[in-house]
Design a protein around this ligand. Structure first.
Ligand code: FMN
Length: 307
């Protein structure tokens, strides 16, 4: 086996911009199953074939490996919530997201920009994934633009245009993932940064972060908000949430840095460096406070205060 750095390979694969789909089927006993996938590819016009790659790690893997039929819904911009629910939510995912069923009883996500009903053409094991090829037996096309995914974060063309407009505010949410006596950080050319994403317009911060971590195969329990501030220009709003990571895969792209080293660690922004130095001090006693302010000045609150 070629001994690549799994982290680097994962991030190199993640450089490819994709759309986002929800792939659905039913188990033998009729229970609907589905997961978020960006491995969708159109394969052939004649016969009409498409493919998706369910991972072996999916709880629904066996259902997809043995299914006679499945469906693919291509999500529209604004459907981050569906993407998040089908990437991370435990329990009945279908109870949370509006859907209908195709002529064979396979669920389709409402509001998707395209829906394909498929008969399984072939299912080939390929390493830790399955290449599931379906023959399209029916499809529908909807209105609007698709939801995008690149570098571990959702994007949409509408939002990207807005992001380039300096008069438009951006909301970022991030997590401070503690793992044993370490914090998991992402290396960048400017220094380390914490895992963060743009807060989607219609989804809660916690759900969005949970999906982001699930996609990186980091299992974490999200805790309280630790810090909320505006950057110097006042255009970007940051909210940081404490988290306890319970399992981290090497492919997550995150590097464990000892909490004690945080005050001397180079961070991508000065505000993040100051926040993490405060974190290191407070982590010693686990007596965390809440910071509310801007990148330079703010107030420290204890959690027992009424805010
Ligand atoms: C944008 C995005 C794309 C994903 N693409 C895939 C994929 O192509 N194949 C896959 O197996 N998992 C993919 N995942 C991860 C699964 O959606 C996630 O692991 C799954 O829903 C977990 O389901 P389970 O809790 O039932 O095991 C993706 C996640 C995200 C957020």
């Amino acid at each position: 086996m070629t001994d690549f750095d799994a982290r680097k390979l994962r991030s190199a694969f993640g450089r490819f911009m994709t759309g986002v789909t929800v792939v659905t089927s039913r188990t033998q006993d009729g229970t609907p199953v589905g997961f978020t996938a960006n491995s969708f590819t159109s394969v052939s016009m004649d016969p009409p074939l498409l493919l998706v790659c369910p991972g072996r790690f999916l709880s629904s893997y066996r259902a997809f490996a043995g299914c006679e039929r499945f469906a693919v819904s291509i999500l529209a911009e604004g459907q981050q919530e569906a993407a998040t629910v089908f990437a991370s939510s435990k329990g009945d995912r279908f109870a949370q997201i509006a859907h209908s069923v195709d002529g064979h009883g396979v669920p389709l996500i409402d509001g998707a920009i395209a829906q394909f009903s498929c008969r399984t053409h072939s299912a080939t094991e390929a390493g830790d994934h399955l290449v599931l090829i379906g023959e399209v037996t029916d499809f529908e096309t909807g209105e609007g633009r698709g939801l995008g995914y690149a570098d571990g974060a959702f994007f949409s063309l509408g939002l990207e245009r807005a992001a380039r407009d300096p008069s438009v505010r951006r909301n970022m949410c991030g997590v401070i993932p503690r793992y044993l006596d370490q914090v998991l950080l992402e290396p960048t050319d400017q220094g380390f940064r914490l895992p963060m994403i743009e807060t989607p317009a219609r989804m809660g911060l916690r759900d969005a972060l949970a999906a982001h971590l699930a996609d990186r195969r980091v299992a974490a329990d999200l805790g309280p908000v630790y810090s909320v501030y505006e950057d110097q220009s006042g255009n970007t709003h940051y909210a940081w949430i404490l988290a306890d990571a319970t399992a981290v895969e090497a492919s997550s792209g995150l590097i464990p840095v000892p909490v004690a080293d945080l005050p001397v660690t180079r961070f991508a922004t000065a505000a993040m460096g100051r926040m993490m130095a405060r974190y290191a001090t407070e982590a010693a006693t686990r007596d965390f406070t809440l910071y509310l302010g801007d990148a330079e000045h703010g107030d420290i609150h204890t959690y027992s205060e009424r805010l």
